[in-house]
Design a protein around this ligand. Structure first.
Ligand SMILES: O=C(O)CCC(=O)C(=O)O
Length: 262
């Protein structure tokens, strides 16, 4: 498999194609639900009830991609490079290493992260040597921005939401791991997801980046060991059920939010 990474900066409009590969399907076999299609019936309440029933039928069993569930147009406009650097450049971000068991944390200013670290990932760099802005940020520093984010409306009984906001370069991502259920939304860029059910752990090394897994392990997988996979784009939300294994790969420089239900 050939993986080619080139560099483009995120700006408005988003979605530059910066990674391309051959030999990998882009079709998404995951269940897809369109909120917009339901809305076209002009029956907002009926559409919401229908979608809620639909969501609950997948919530405990199957990842699902939902289109049009949120409208984050305003949030997206606040996430332009100019606005983020102007407003939040001096705020602290906490970076985590991009390996499965990420223990190392590094604090720096958002501006330094953008200037020094936000760049394409090489497949030869280990997860432990890659710093990823996701997961452990002091969200109170970013509160004024995150307050504008419209999260997916659905909750599971007995859960509430916890957010994780991230920005990362093309070719970065998190290798296979699992935890509780939640949603993933990209604000800019595209994110490829690789998923396995809880009882079918994937073959991987916890310190291997998703990109090197894709280059070195994925092509040799027999069909019965292939992951479920899907690329999500702005306007789509991926729901992952409890304890599903997953790894991510940012195809572009991406801005993204996970909403964990815990
Ligand atoms: O968005 C990402 O790159 C990481 C998401 C993830 O793995 C998670 O939400 O647990």
């Amino acid at each position: 498999m050939k993986v080619r990474v080139t560099w483009k900066w995120w700006t408005v409009p988003p979605c530059h194609y910066v990674i391309s590969w051959t030999g990998m399907p882009d079709a998404c076999p995951l269940v897809r639900v369109s909120f917009l299609a339901s809305m076209l019936a002009r029956e907002l309440t009926a559409a919401k009830v229908m979608l809620l029933c639909c969501f609950h039928s997948y919530a405990y069993s199957t990842p699902v991609v939902i289109t049009g569930l949120t409208d984050n147009t305003k949030f997206r406009s606040l996430c332009s490079k100019w606005n983020l650097l102007t407003t939040y450049g001096d705020r602290q971000v906490r970076l985590s290493t991009a390996n499965t068991y990420s223990y190392t944390k590094v604090d720096m200013s958002f501006r330094d992260y953008v200037d020094d670290l936000l760049r394409p990932q090489s497949p030869d760099v280990l997860g432990s040597d890659t710093l990823y802005m996701f997961g452990d940020n002091n969200l109170s520093e970013w509160r004024s921005l995150l307050d504008v984010y419209e999260p997916p409306a659905f909750l599971l009984p007995g859960t509430h939401r916890a957010f994780s906001f991230g920005i990362a370069g093309p070719g970065t991502g998190v290798p296979f791991h699992w935890h509780g259920p939640g949603f993933s939304e990209v604000i800019y860029g595209r994110k490829r997801w690789f998923l396995y059910p809880p009882d079918e752990g994937p073959p991987f090394h916890p310190n291997m980046s998703t990109l090197s897994w894709l280059r070195d392990v994925y092509p040799g997988l027999p069909p019965h060991q292939a992951p479920l996979q899907c690329t999500i784009r702005p306007g789509q939300v991926l729901y992952f059920p409890d304890r599903w294994w997953h790894a991510t790969l940012n195809l572009d420089t991406s801005i993204f939010i996970s909403t964990f239900l815990g």
